[in-house]
Structures are given as C-alpha cells and as structure tokens.
Design a protein around this ligand. Structure first.
Ligand SMILES: Cc1cc2nc3c(=O)[nH]c(=O)nc-3n(C[C@H](O)[C@H](O)[C@H](O)COP(=O)(O)OP(=O)(O)OC[C@H]3O[C@@H](n4cnc5c(N)ncnc54)[C@H](O)[C@@H]3O)c2cc1C
Length: 415
C-alpha cells in the first residue's frame, strides 16, 4: 500500500518540507504520497504579507557560523542544519526554479520582482508538479501515536493513519497543544520583534524622525542588553532595526518585567563620550555667535534638536558662546545616553515572531525527528528557535523544513 507523509501546517516551513519530501519520493521512486493540511482557507498566508508584501526570503550571509549569530534562540542547534541547507542553497533552490533573489545593501534578500506572489507561485507550481495533495480548511484537531504509525484527525474527515508526520504549525496554539499531547515540552512563550511604547518629552511630536546608527542600551531588572542600528521615532515610541533586535535578544527578560524597562539612547553614532565631547566643543567654537537651536549637530534633524535642547531647559534664544560648561555637559551626556522609560510593547504591522516552542533538546537536528515519537517531525517557528529581522526566520523555516522533508521520505523508504 502507498505510504503517507502527512504535513500539518501549510505555511512557509510546511510547504517547503512538502515539496522537498515529494521531490525525494519522486527521485527515489518511493511509493508514497505527500499530503499537506492547512487549517485556514489559504496556504502561505504569512509569506504573502511578509517583508511588507515583498518577502524577505533570506539573508546574504553564506557563512553558517556567522548566520547563526542572528538567532537569539537556536544558534547552536542550527549550526549543523545550516551545513546541509543554508542561505546559499535557498538562493540556488529558487534560481533553479526561475526565481532570482537579490540582496539589498543591508543584506536582506528579496525576489527580483519585489513581490511575495513570486515565491507563492513558485511553491504552488512545484507542489503541483510533484503531486503534493493540498487540503485547505482542514485543521488537524488531534494526533495519536500508534504502534505502526501516527494517526491524525482532520477537521472534516475520518482519521488518517500516516507513516511520517511533520508538525509545522508556526506559533499557533493548536500546534503547541498537538506537540504537548505527544509528550513534548513547550518552553516559555514570549513575543519577539516588537517596538517599544515610550511617552517622553524627548520624542514629542517627532514621529517619522530617524537616526542612521543609534546605539541602544536596555536595562531590565536582571540583565543589560546593547544593540546598534537604524532607529525610528513612531507615534507610540521607538521602532526600527535597532529596537527590533533588542526586543528579540531581550524577549524573555522584557516579558518577565512586563515590558517596563529603562532604555539609554545614544543618538549620535559616535561611540565614546570623548568623541561626542570633541564634536560639541568644535561645534561650539565654530558657531559661537549662532543661536544653539539653529545649529543642529549633523546627526540630528533640526526638529529633533530644537526639541532636545528644550527638554534640557536650554533657552531657545541662547548662543553657543553663552552655553555654560554645566549645560554643555548635559547636552553631551544626553547625546550619549538619553534615558527613556519603556512602558509597553507594540506589534502593529511588525514582522513579529514567537519566542519559545518545542524544546530543542527533544528534537534530532540531523533529521528534525522527535526523540520521543518515532516518525514525528517538527520544523519552523513551532520550535524554540527565532531570529532577528532580516530573513533569518524564513531561513529557519526553509532549512528545518528541508531536513524534515528529506527525513520523512527516507523514513517511508525504510518502512
Ligand atoms: C507580518 C509578518 C511579516 C514577516 N516577514 C518576514 C520576512 O520578511 N522575513 C522573514 O524571515 N520572516 C518574516 N516573518 C516571520 C515568518 O513569517 C515566520 O517566521 C514564518 O512564517 C514561520 O514559518 P512556519 O511555517 O513555521 O509558520 P507559518 O508560516 O505561520 O505557518 C504555519 C501554518 O500552520 C497553519 N496551522 C496552524 N495550526 C494548524 C493545524 N492544527 N492544522 C493545520 N494547519 C495549522 C497556520 O494556519 C499556518 O498557515 C514575518 C512575520 C509576520 C507576522
């Protein structure tokens, strides 16, 4: 009888795994069929909206060791999987199927068409070519280990006995429940990749102002975190790559502190206090007769600067020559580190992911197979693995999906 490979979750990782499993099945001439079950009406929903509709597929970094450094959770576990299928393999995989990925200056890679539809069309075409059976609106309600396989219960049909199963349900509650029902541990969940809610006079009416290379220090009750990068003032507080990176590395600590923490912002891109001091002393000498408010440092916009000095209670009609040593020191100190109190988190329209999931020590990262239930696999965001923004979360989905797909085809071949 023909064997069954059942994949639960038709998102990025499940879809990629289905194609890979079907490819192996075809190449090895195995008598097996790949079935992909998706609870919602549409497959690949997150791929569609990802990267602002452009899909940031992966990151232009082909050294697995360096690539791993972008995962606050999972860096160690992904070392070996990336030696088998890494960003370069992703680029080649798409190229072989007529899709060119192009790197931007910050390393993010998008399809040359600049639309996620290209990725979706490519996947759908491949799944059709390889005969993957797609079941939409067929959420899997339960899963049971049998002596000779795994039984899954789709929403609207009789139970299916599968020979190999992959759970690739992303951050859905049901997916975590399925994993738990088979004895797996779900580590503490917490959102990652969010913006900071901050109300401060320093940000007043400055939404849209950005900084090329800010340096942020976050102080939670137990730990300090530091990240650099572009920063953006929003209606609600602060966002931009530097904030998203911080939120990822501090995801669990910030949750514990209920998103209350102190942030020190160095807006200038200058690293040391001494550099900042020299910068201002030069500016003071060069512009001694000019009004301070009219002479914004190069790293500030005029609007930000005027508000900044107002917040420091420096009169707007003061000239640089009239600035006291004490006030100059306050300008220098606040440029190096304006203290802001974070009052909460914001995930509006952001590329958020879930930190936490299936405990990685319960999974064999050579095959993505469960160490508890033979024939059961996990891939993608359901695992306790998450990356910072930049294409790292999709690369985790592709890599672990690839390994799971390959392993399941080999598994049915042996059975
Ligand atoms: C707005 C947004 C933008 C993003 N942009 C990017 C980006 O540009 N680059 C990047 O690297 N990452 C991005 N991410 C993160 C990325 O989308 C995820 O990390 C990735 O989709 C995870 O893949 P996955 O297959 O594990 O989960 P998902 O893609 O979430 O897929 C899981 C699927 O399982 C289905 N499912 C759940 N439970 C069941 C069930 N019981 N039975 C059947 N089906 C079920 C769900 O409906 C879903 O379709 C973005 C995330 C968001 C929210």
């Amino acid at each position: 009888m023909s064997k069954i490979i059942a994949i639960i979750g038709g998102g990025a990782s499940g879809f990629f795994a289905a194609i890979q499993a079907a490819q192996e099945v075809a190449q090895r001439n195995i008598d097996a069929k790949v079935h992909l079950y998706e609870s919602s009406p549409n497959f690949l929903s997150k791929v569609r909206i990802s990267g602002g509709g452009r899909c940031n597929v992966t990151h232009h970094q082909y050294e697995p060791k360096l690539f791993c450094q972008n995962y606050p959770r999972g860096a160690r576990e992904l070392r070996s999987p990336f030696t088998k299928f890494q960003a370069l393999n992703t680029v080649e995989w798409f190229k072989a199927r007529g899709v060119t990925l192009v790197a931007e200056s910050d390393g993010r890679m998008f399809p040359s068409t600049n639309t996620s539809e290209t990725i979706i069309e490519c996947f759908i075409k491949e799944s059709q070519r390889l005969g993957v059976v797609l079941h939409s609106r067929q959420g899997i309600l339960s899963i049971n280990q049998l002596e000779d396989g795994i039984e899954i219960q789709p929403k609207d049909s009789r139970p299916i006995k599968a020979d190999q199963v992959l759970v690739a349900t992303g951050s859905s509650k049901r997916g975590y429940e399925l994993a738990k029902s088979l004895g797996h541990t779900i580590t503490e969940l917490a959102p990652s990749l969010f913006s900071f809610k901050i109300k401060s006079p320093f940000l007043r009416e400055l939404s849209g102002v950005s900084f090329e290379n800010a340096s942020l220090t976050l102080k939670t009750s137990k730990k300090k975190f530091q990240q650099n990068g572009p920063l953006l003032i929003t209606h609600h507080g602060l966002s931009g790559p530097a904030v998203l990176k911080l939120s990822a590395w501090a995801a669990r600590e910030m949750k514990k502190d209920q998103y209350k923490a102190t942030l020190l912002v160095n807006w200038s891109g200058l690293e040391s206090m001494n550099e900042i001091e020299q910068f201002y002393l030069k500016l003071k000498t060069q512009s001694s007769s000019a009004l301070i408010k009219n002479t914004a440092p190069s790293f500030f916009t005029k609007r930000f600067w005027a508000n900044f000095i107002e917040c420091l209670n420096i009169p707007l009609d003061k000239k640089w020559s009239e600035l006291s040593k004490k006030d100059l020191n306050r300008v220098i100190e606040h440029t190096k580190g304006t203290p802001l109190e974070i009052q909460g988190q914001n995930r509006f329209k952001e590329e958020f992911v879930e930190c936490g999931g299936v405990k990685t020590s319960e999974v064999d990262f050579k095959t993505m197979q469960s160490k508890i239930v033979p024939g059961l696999h996990f891939s993608g965001e359901i695992l306790d693995i998450d990356g910072i923004t930049g294409g790292f979360n999709f690369q985790n989905a592709w890599t672990t999906g690839y390994l799971a797909g390959t392993s399941m085809a080999m598994g049915v071949d042996r059975q």
